[in-house]
Design a protein around this ligand. Structure first.
Ligand SMILES: C[S@@+](CC[C@H](N)C(=O)[O-])C[C@H]1O[C@@H](n2cnc3c(N)ncnc32)[C@H](O)[C@@H]1O
Length: 276
């Protein structure tokens, strides 16, 4: 693993920067993208609309990528600032109406203390393989959110890649199987390789609340984003049909915090609060 050296502040793995510089992230969650991505988008939106303070409010979107969530948050009446280490993402997000975007790292934010009503970390935690770095990113989110304000963090579940590759039948290829199995024990995905993701940490749901606590945040809820629906054969057609889509989203919402199902989802959202 190599890391970029910056003049100051923490470094981001070069593999991560290269992976996102390919410019594929913007289409991932948008309509027309892969079914799992569209489900992730709608379900993330569904949870955020319930846990964020009512608009108007100031939201910091850390690791906000090309702004897929910042865009609708602005439409919902929020004032959104986005921070991301990938210059292409900052450029794409900065073109969206009402979104202000800048380069930066979750572990070292330049904002004043208590400057935001809510902070999103929908990306940084799973790209920080070291626990100390994840706690540092959460502690920065805690510092810049106002007392009592929410911090919402996404993690990728430990077994997401195994299930994803099985569903896509790529797991039947020995190389893919070997690389996927190697991640199962400790969640460390150490490389960017063709056909795979990049440097990442795939977490068990139970790992996240103690990381929140170590950062001075009280974790108060966990939400499976895609539930088990992302693994079902018919999901693409269901999502294309607006009526069925609503039924799928409502069913997923019904069991979103069921402890026995949390780890089966691809992504997980953990919501915590800065103590007043
Ligand atoms: C899969 S994308 C998610 C983008 C968007 N937040 C979403 O939910 O669709 C992960 C994002 O995390 C960003 N990221 C990776 N390491 C980071 C770090 N140390 N600090 C802040 N953002 C980081 C990446 O550049 C990328 O834009």
């Amino acid at each position: 693993m190599t890391e970029t050296t910056r003049a100051q502040g923490p470094t981001v793995h070069e593999e991560i920067l290269d992976y996102y510089a390919r410019g594929k992230e913007d289409a991932r969650l948008r309509e027309g993208g892969a079914p799992a991505g569209r489900l992730e988008f709608w379900r993330t939106q569904d949870v955020l609309r319930r846990v964020l303070p009512a608009a108007p409010a100031r939201v910091l979107d850390v690791g906000g990528g090309s702004g897929v969530h910042a865009e609708w948050l602005v439409r919902d009446g929020y004032e959104v600032e986005l921070v991301d280490p990938v210059p292409l993402h900052v450029e794409q997000a900065g073109r969206l109406p009402g979104v202000s975007a800048r380069c930066g790292d979750a572990r070292s934010l330049t904002d004043e203390d208590a400057a935001f009503d809510a902070v999103l970390l929908l990306g940084p935690l799973y790209h920080l393989p070291e626990r100390a770095d994840r706690v540092r990113a959460l502690a920065e989110a805690r510092r810049v959110v106002r007392p009592g304000g929410p911090v919402v963090a996404a993690t990728i579940n430990r077994f997401a890649q195994l299930h994803d590759l099985l569903r896509e039948e790529r797991y039947f290829t020995p190389l893919h199987r070997e690389r996927t199995d190697a991640v199962l024990a400790d969640g460390r995905h150490p490389y960017h390789d063709e056909g795979f993701f990049t440097v990442a940490h795939f977490a068990q749901p139970g790992e996240v609340p103690p990381e929140f606590a170590d950062a001075g945040l009280t974790a108060e809820g966990q939400y499976g984003v895609e539930g088990v629906v992302w693994l079902m054969g018919g999901v693409e057609e269901w999502l294309d049909d607006p009526e069925r889509r609503e039924v799928v989203l409502a069913a997923t919402r019904r069991v979103e915090s069921e402890p026995t199902l949390l780890g089966a989802s691809g992504h997980l959202l953990t919501v915590g609060r800065r103590r007043p």
